[in-house]
Design a protein around this ligand. Sequence first.
Ligand SMILES: CC(=O)SCCNC(=O)CCNC(=O)[C@H](O)C(C)(C)COP(=O)(O)OP(=O)(O)OC[C@H]1O[C@@H](n2cnc3c(N)ncnc32)[C@H](O)[C@@H]1OP(=O)(O)O
Ligand SMILES: O=C([O-])CC(=O)C(=O)O
Length: 448
Amino acid sequence: MRKEYLIYKLSDEVKNSGKIPVEAFQEYGVKRGLRNEDGSGVLVGLTNIGNVVGYDRDADGKLRPCPGRLYYRGYELDDLVTPLLKEKRFGFEETAFLLLSGGLPDKEELAAFRELLNDNMPLDHRTIVHIIDLEGSDIMNILARCVLEMYTFDHNPDDISRDNLMRQSIELIAKFPTIIAYAYNIYRHSVQGRSLHIRHPRENLGIAENFLYMLKREHYTELDARTLDLLLVTQAEHGGGNNSTFTVRVTSSTRTDTYSSIAAGIGSLKGPLHGGANIKVVNMFHHLKEQIKDWKNTDEIDTYLTRMLNRKAYDKTGLIYGIGHAVYTMSDPRAVELKRLGGELAREKKRSDEYEFLCRLEEESIKCVTAFRKTDKPICANLDFYSGFIYEMIGLPKEIFTPIFAMARIVGWTAHRIEELNFDGRRIIRPAYKTILDQKAYLPINER
Ligand SMILES: CC(=O)SCCNC(=O)CCNC(=O)[C@H](O)C(C)(C)COP(=O)(O)OP(=O)(O)OC[C@H]1O[C@@H](n2cnc3c(N)ncnc32)[C@H](O)[C@@H]1OP(=O)(O)O
Ligand SMILES: O=C([O-])CC(=O)C(=O)O
């Protein structure tokens, strides 16, 4: 039997063996996608780290949509971001301190923490050599491979004591930007044939600015650096239930090592329904800029978006990327923040026409998806709707959009891993699957 045919045959058989009727979920009371009937998530854990609020409940327990709110360690995101904007201060390091420890740092602690992160930004010489050797054009994949390799260079990789987890967390937070910048510079050289620059992190720069420096030398403005810093702050944490953090918590509950668990989280975040949506949105935006002749004509926009929902246009998945969220209903507070930041940056970069088109697409997409789904449940833009456009304005290439998300979310992942391994009554996460197949009698090979 030819190998290609065998693969086809095995795959074809899955058409039957893999069938699970959607009605069976209701029949057996199974929460599809770990969701309740009303779309809310099944409660599977407790946390002191992040809180994502997209709805409340009325006296009868019925889900009531509300404007989205996000809390880091009890502080509302907006309360953390507003002072950073007012005081023109970088905030990612402070956010990492807060998420890891549970409290805001004082000046002295913050200065020491910044220094600690900066000390940890350079990569081990062997890691640099290995990144140069790693082939491939997907930076998320390269990031995951580098993280797995950090296991080999760690003198104490499997120790899950709290002190060791904290040390590993700080090293990961500090090294992610360096790995991503090096990996992109090497990709640019080997895949795009451009000259190779390896710029090591500088001692006097924070994470956002150092990242821009490693990628672009001095070719960035102060507003670029502060905007990137705010993007990192906004994407650092999103509760225990988002797919990548849950993946980290699930794997951590087996007491596996930090690097295995974080590599799994990277794999999850890469998916186009999760962090990978930021690239999808930008590709979709470029496509719509070309396909829609009059960017102000809402009829033309709606016609095209409806064709996309009917799987007749763009990538034919029926999705409008950057729209919808598992928790948020009326708004995603991060998208609100990024929309405002995007507007300011678009004015500086003279891209207000495109920005206004993107805002119009947000409005029309919400209208079209709502009409298409025939439901009155509100739907909103998520943070990925605006993040890619902002990265583009900063002059960052799309290959690193999702890696930048990982560069921020490593903070939430490590905080959740420490929590998962340190609460009283921790237990391996192990839900159940019901088999809906009848038992079969075994057939000897010559009777089949
Ligand atoms: C950082 C992040 O991870 S944010 C999310 C990034 N992902 C995206 O932007 C991808 C586009 N969005 C989506 O695919 C979804 O909205 C998700 C994955 C984010 C959330 O999914 P769910 O929680 O299942 O959405 P929800 O319950 O509100 O919607 C259910 C229905 O609306 C549809 N729907 C939701 N969002 C969209 C969308 N953007 N375009 C088209 N249809 C949509 C779903 O396909 C589903 O239809 P079905 O019942 O016929 O299968
Ligand atoms: O919460 C989710 O499901 C996805 C999300 O927005 C995030 O992880 O930032």
